[in-house]
Design a binder for this molecule. Sequence first.
Ligand SMILES: *[C@@H]1O[C@H](CO)[C@@H](O)[C@H](O)[C@H]1NC(C)=O
Length: 121
Amino acid sequence: MFILIIFLFSFPSLMRDTPPKLLQPHGSPTKEELRKERRREANRKCAQRKRKREQEAFQELEGSVAKLRTEVQLFHEELTRLHKENKELDEENNSIQEEISKMHGMELSAKFVISYAVDEV
Ligand SMILES: *[C@@H]1O[C@H](CO)[C@@H](O)[C@H](O)[C@H]1NC(C)=O
């Protein structure tokens, strides 16, 4: 029996959900034993609730992490899209600028031709 108790104490996880009667080898329990037993039971329940709360908090955090990962992924996709759009607008701007300088050049030539023609008259 002593060996059994030693064995149980070396593996607290075995004792955690084991009915406490196993730990009382003989006789009817004294008031002190009953009080200690109630205390143990209350502690056990308390620890159980604490584990449950911790598990719930952990699951909530996991949920938040998953949500944030999705958000980061979406922001990343949006950033890539905006980069691409910016590049396209930049190219469009460049070709418009090119068009403007061509027209400016043509305007200058036309002015030159006109002024030349006017001078000739
Ligand atoms: C468009 O191109 C011109 C000439 O290269 C540049 O000065 C201007 O800042 C550009 N506009 C934008 C919005 O990038």
